[in-house]
Design a protein around this ligand. Sequence first.
Ligand SMILES: Cc1cc2nc3c(=O)[nH]c(=O)nc-3n(C[C@H](O)[C@H](O)[C@H](O)COP(=O)(O)OP(=O)(O)OC[C@H]3O[C@@H](n4cnc5c(N)ncnc54)[C@H](O)[C@@H]3O)c2cc1C
Length: 305
Amino acid sequence: PYDRPSLTLFNEHCDRVEHRFGLAGLHIKERAIRCEIECDGVVVELNDGRALKTANLVLAVGASEQPQWPAWAPRNDPRVQHVFDPDFDAWPASPETVAVVGGGISAGHVALRLLHEGHDVHLVSRHALRQHQFDSDPGWLGPKYTTDFSREPDRDRRRAVITAARHRGSVPPDVGRSLRRAIRRDRIKWHEGEVNQVVADHDGLKVGLLPGDELIVDRILLATGFASRRPGGSLVDDLVASATLPCASCGYPIVDSSLRWHPRVYVSGPLAELELGPVSRNIAGARRAGERIVDAVRTSGTTIS
Ligand SMILES: Cc1cc2nc3c(=O)[nH]c(=O)nc-3n(C[C@H](O)[C@H](O)[C@H](O)COP(=O)(O)OP(=O)(O)OC[C@H]3O[C@@H](n4cnc5c(N)ncnc54)[C@H](O)[C@@H]3O)c2cc1C
């Protein structure tokens, strides 16, 4: 029951959901730059100058716009890129020596892809390969762990529970098997250590590793995940300030069990984490958020953006 669907099946499912609910017709392809809560609704300003007025707002901004850049990684060298950067275009066109930095599923997939495309691959991770089937124990999908979590009034303790429960920097068994095989056969060079500096010159990138090692590579691909700060950037920051929305000391929203941050503002994804727990960032969490928000809005008899 824990096997993942194939990509084709998942894509077909997404197409069917989109068709069934007419999502394409509802999609406005534009960036929201500001939200303002008024007495009778919320105004969402778009980048193209338009403004939408709605009774309710759901902030479902995800964390995809804040890839985690390590301090040592040069920002303006096209040979160093983060795989989650929206403008990522760093797959090498001809054989190269590439360092992939990171110890999770993305680093694993990137390293294996580069290997299959004929590159010389170094995989640099701060820790040994960690293997977990899921990002967190499946007990978080039901009452086993969520009952106690919901009873915990202290948001700092909830944050600590989430941090401990999430298996960051881990790979599922199939990726783990492929990586271990490639490392054993020396097809991927494994380096357990911390990058402490990168010196860039015309011949290549010198990657200094602690404790005491150095690689010379043509390219560095960062698979270092997403920054842990509250997502949403100035859109959410300004809304917090203008509507005095409650936040925990980690900066994340304090919401009620309907994921309501304000009578007209709901959250999902990472922003709902302190209420939904460690699954909030994945698809199961998105479903739970959808159920709670739809229930709340149906009860209030209003519409949503
Ligand atoms: C490598 C990887 C593997 C994963 N594998 C799994 C898995 O196997 N199973 C699983 O359940 N989950 C998995 N996840 C997590 C899954 O991707 C998320 O659960 C899901 O994408 C969350 O959807 P979302 O809509 O909440 O956020 P996102 O998918 O992050 O979407 C948020 C969207 O909001 C947009 N946005 C942000 N700010 C604005 C703005 N101001 N105006 C307009 N748009 C804005 C963003 O551009 C983005 O398009 C994986 C994630 C990654 C990165």
